[in-house]
Ligand binder design. Sequence first.
Ligand code: MTE
Ligand code: MO
Length: 355
Amino acid sequence: MAGPGDGYRTEEVRLAARNHGMPLEALREEITPAGLHYLLIHFDIPHVDPGTWRLDVGGLVRNPLRLSLEDLASRSTQTAAVTLECAGNGRAELEPRPVSQPWGHEAVGTARWTGVPLGEVLADAGVDDEAVEVLFTGLDRGIDGGEEQDYERSLAFAEAMRPEVLLAWEMNGRPLPPQHGFPLRLVVPGWYGMTHVKWLRRITVLDRPFQGYQQAHAYRLRSSDDEPGTPLTRILPRSLMEPPGIPEFLSRQRHLDAGSHTLRGRAWSGWAPVGRVEVSTDGGRSWSDAVLEPAPGPYAWRGWTFAWDAGAGEHELCSRATDEAGNVQPLDATWNLGGYANNSVQRLRVVVREA
Ligand SMILES: Nc1nc2c(c(=O)[nH]1)N[C@H]1C(S)=C(S)[C@@H](COP(=O)(O)O)O[C@H]1N2
Ligand SMILES: [Mo]
């Protein structure tokens, strides 16, 4: 943990340089270009020869499979626009700050993912009736929390069988870039990023819940290390504003001219479609509805706009999303040990100068 006055540690700065965020001006794009999509890589990006790579599907199945990329691509494919967000997005706003990847608000992006429904591959493998979970193992290996491990995460069997869950080999119409999981990754629309296992090499059907580090220890909401906590699952609603005007290089302070402006942003939730976005230009004291645009898919963000007549002076701009399940963004963050799921509203300070 680091207190409000503590500077960033070398380790945090190194992590931030490896795992870049989506620059918030890219909120302008409905589909995030691959190079602007955020990245989160725990260990090393593995080197993969697509000619010899195979996906093994085993465990509690009657017909274990070993599939090449050609085998997968010969099936009928699906493409979906899906918003991915790291569960640690917003972590750096917490006090004290968990020392980890120091995300502000930029750990998000929306891509078009192409692949095959996982459920169809599992059906071919003939899953046993005792199946409880499905485990996804990446090719990347490292040490986290003092434990050597492959990067692995599981899903409840019923969740894995949902028709929107994909084994994807394309991002925005091109083979997955190395950093986004080449040659194959899992895409679980609506869920936080840690579930979307990259560099897949094995899928194992289990008769009990997986207890590995990234499942049982990391990615849980809890306030101390000795609590089991509750697992992170779906993405809580969030709206972000494209920063208006121009930035000052170092502070990123925004400057714009007095007069009419169209404020823009995007909003998403993994629980239900976003049904409302409100904007405040006075730091959250008063709110007005933004105009919503359609989403490019049921699990993708939707754009919004808001007409603002800006008077000279300093203003704090905020936006907040409400989803159709009734979840709304809080004004203030709730602290937790891992710094997860902080979906409190973004506050953007702008200086408006006389036109
Ligand atoms: N194999 C593997 N898969 C992984 C990770 C990883 O480190 N290794 N990071 C996860 C986390 S925490 C996130 S937020 C997403 C990020 O996906 P992206 O880098 O394609 O944006 O990948 C997930 N899948
Ligand atoms: Mo993440």
